[in-house]
Design a protein around this ligand. Structure first.
Ligand SMILES: *Cc1c(COP(=O)(O)O)cnc(C)c1O
Length: 448
């Protein structure tokens, strides 16, 4: 079966190229498939091929496509209640806020937005409005907004008044000691494959000591670092927390939860959002939370993710491709020698019917059973063997240096206190202290 115009995947991509599609984001960094439907974890492309999704649609799915409880909730909402009303307040929204606040220790009150980028931007705006301070310290990916354009580099961006400390604890401690009383908030994305809860606890404690709000960006980890995210482990206190991917199982929804007094800065911060009134995604989220209630979904996903992780690790070892496989079962990283080799491996696996994330971060959904894991592993094995036939294999361990390189490429981690990094920290401190305080900052724009 081809699509309505009778086109193949490649022809459809050419058609997309003419009217839509970013050359890198939509085409260059994707494998050549245009999908018309998906059920569970299986997608069907315009040519009728079945392909297994090992990306959980970039983490946006937790239960897989067409999960009956979610379909039922969304259809019922659209058919019997409607999509949006004059007021933003609906019983669904209020119940969802209650349930999220119960679910995450940091949650006293919640506000909603549509995307992860919006949630993180809302969080820092709230922190600025609440504290009356302008500087934000950050590590990791929080989306695509202006203040995020340099997320891979430790440094200070005067335009957005954001300083990136690259997950470097020395850097954070130093910056807070030097100008902590000017910092509105510290926002960090958990990288569970690289830092344990104790690390985040230390960051949280540092912030508390300096009276700076600590924000955990759990857009992706809230439902994948265990069932209740990093905050839900109870080990890492936070003042604010963002949640999004998987919450509405593919529908657009995000939330910022946290301290009542900070969330109450919403009006002062000038935040708004027409589509925060959209009801069906909230109905979907309530259905997801119902399904998660007894814990079996996470148990199952942990198990399937664990099988996949162990299987991929074994395959690479058997073939002789040095790799470092790390992280929790529901979002683990496979690090190989280079970004190019990573791309080549997954591009080859795609030809055997499995769509992996080429960066090497893998996520299952509840729709994975043993047959799906088996299919993913077979495709990965066949692809890897094909790629390996033109490689010089050394069967060794992946050098530590490559792990550090990966941390930098993947999330801007400058973990080691080597002289370069320490110099960079000095520079950031210097730039922040010498910044032009007469320039209107984000806070002035937000709060007049
Ligand atoms: C995906 C992601 C975002 C951005 O979310 P979008 O919905 O793509 O805007 C922000 N933070 C983290 C940690 C994410 O994983």
């Amino acid at each position: 079966m081809t699509n309505t115009a009778g086109q193949t995947n490649l022809e459809t991509i050419e058609r997309a190229r003419r009217v839509t599609a970013a050359e890198v984001y939509d085409i260059g960094t994707r494998f050549p498939g245009v999908f018309v439907s998906a059920e569970g974890s299986w997608m069907r492309d315009v040519e009728g091929n079945r392909v297994l999704d090992v990306t959980a649609a970039s983490g946006s799915l937790l239960l897989g496509n067409q999960h009956p409880a979610v379909v039922e909730a969304v259809v019922k909402c659209v058919r019997d209640h409607g999509a949006a009303f004059a007021s933003t307040l609906t019983p669904q929204r209020i119940e969802l806020a209650e349930r999220l606040c119960e679910r995450y220790p940091a949650g006293e009150k919640a506000v909603f937005c549509k995307t992860g980028s919006e949630a993180t931007t809302t969080a820092i705006r709230l922190a600025r409005a609440y504290t009356g301070r302008d500087l934000i310290l950050t590590s990791g990916y929080h989306g695509w907004h202006d203040w995020q354009l340099t997320y891979l580099q430790m440094g200070y961006d005067p335009a957005s008044r954001v300083a990136n400390f690259g997950y470097n604890e020395t850097g954070l401690a130093r910056m807070l000691a030097e100008f902590g009383d000017e910092v509105a908030g510290v926002i960090v994305t958990p990288e569970p494959a690289w830092f344990d809860a104790a690390y985040y606890r230390r960051l949280s404690d540092l912030c508390a000591r300096h009276g700076v709000p600590f924000i955990i960006d759990e857009v992706i980890t809230a439902l994948r670092w265990g069932p209740r995210g990093l905050n839900g482990t109870g080990e890492v206190p936070a003042d604010l927390l963002t949640v999004s991917k998987g919450l509405a199982n593919g529908h657009a929804l995000s939330a910022v939860l946290g301290r009542r007094d900070i969330i109450d800065a919403y009006d002062k911060a000038g935040i708004a959002g027409t589509y925060t009134r959209e009801v069906p995604p909230m109905a979907a989220a309530l259905a997801v939370l119902d399904v998660l209630e007894d814990g079996t979904v996470h148990e199952h996903c942990e198990k399937m993710g664990g099988l996949l992780k162990a299987g991929m690790s074994d395959i690479l070892k058997t073939i002789g491709i040095p790799a470092y496989v790390t992280g929790p079962n529901m979002m683990f990283d496979v690090v190989v020698e280079s970004e190019k080799l990573s791309w080549d491996l997954y591009r080859a696996a795609f030809d055997f019917g499995a769509y992996f994330e080429d960066s090497g971060t893998h996520m299952v959904t509840a729709a994975f059973g043993e047959a799906e894991v088996e299919h993913a592993l077979t495709a990965f094995d066949q692809g890897a063997r094909k790629v390996a036939s033109s490689l010089e294999l050394d069967h060794g361990d992946l050098p530590t240096q490559r792990r550090l390189e990966f941390a930098l490429e993947a999330f801007g981690g400058s973990i080691n206190d080597d002289p370069d990094v320490l110099r960079r920290i000095d520079e950031v401190v210097d730039q922040v202290k010498k910044r032009d305080r007469d320039l209107p900052g984000a806070l002035d724009r937000a709060c007049g």
